[in-house]
Design a protein around this ligand. Structure first.
Ligand code: ZN
Length: 159
C-alpha cells in the first residue's frame, strides 16, 4: 500500500460481512427514456431501492440491462449534461462508417460503442443506510439508443 493512502474506519464494530454472514438484496427500477443520449438522474430511485435492503453498511451495485445504455456518476446539472453530450458527439458521433450498422442494417452502432466505453454499472458504498456519494455527485442512467426505450435497472445491495 502506498504511504500516501490513509484509511479511516467509520465503524468500530464487526459488520455482518466480517462475521461471514452476507445478505444480498436485489431490486429493480423500470424507467422510460427518450433515447438519443437521454441523461436521467436516478440517485433518489436507487436510494429508495437500496433502503429496501434495510442495511446500514454494504455495497450497492446499480446495473442497466441492455447494450445501448450506461450508468455513471456526474454532477447532474444542465451545463454538465450538455458538455457530456457534446463530448460524446465528438468522440463517438452518431453518423459514421460503422461495421455494426453495415453488417446488421442497423443505425445505432454509436449507441453500442458509447455504452461500452462508459459501462453498464456503478458500485457505491452504502454508509449508514445512505449511498456514500459526494454532495455534487449523482448516479445517472444514460440511454444512447436512437429511439425511446423502456429500461430495467437492477439495484443489488450486498451487506
Ligand atoms: Zn444495434
Amino acid at each position: 500500500m502506498s504511504d500516501s493512502v490513509s484509511i479511516a474506519f467509520l465503524s468500530g464494530v464487526l459488520s455482518p460481512l466480517a462475521c461471514g454472514v452476507v445478505t444480498v438484496h436485489t431490486g429493480e427500477l423500470e424507467l422510460s427514456t427518450r433515447g438519443d443520449t437521454d441523461v436521467i438522474d436516478i440517485t433518489a430511485d436507487v436510494q429508495r431501492a437500496a433502503a429496501d435492503a434495510r442495511a446500514d453498511d454494504g455495497l450497492v451495485t446499480t446495473f442497466v440491462r441492455g447494450s445501448t445504455a450506461a450508468i455513471t456518476t456526474m454532477e447532474f446539472e444542465p451545463g454538465g449534461v450538455a458538455d457530456l453530450r457534446a463530448l460524446l458527439d465528438r468522440l463517438i458521433p452518431p453518423e459514421g462508417d460503422y461495421e455494426h450498422n453495415r453488417l446488421n442494417q442497423d443505425t445505432n452502432s454509436h449507441a453500442h460503442q458509447r455504452a461500452s466505453v462508459i459501462g453498464p454499472s456503478e458500485q457505491v458504498p452504502l454508509v449508514g443506510g445512505r449511498l456514500g456519494l459526494g454532495t455534487w455527485q449523482q448516479l445517472v442512467l444514460i440511454d444512447f439508443d436512437d429511439r425511446p426505450r423502456q429500461r430495467t435497472v437492477v439495484v443489488q445491495v450486498i451487506s
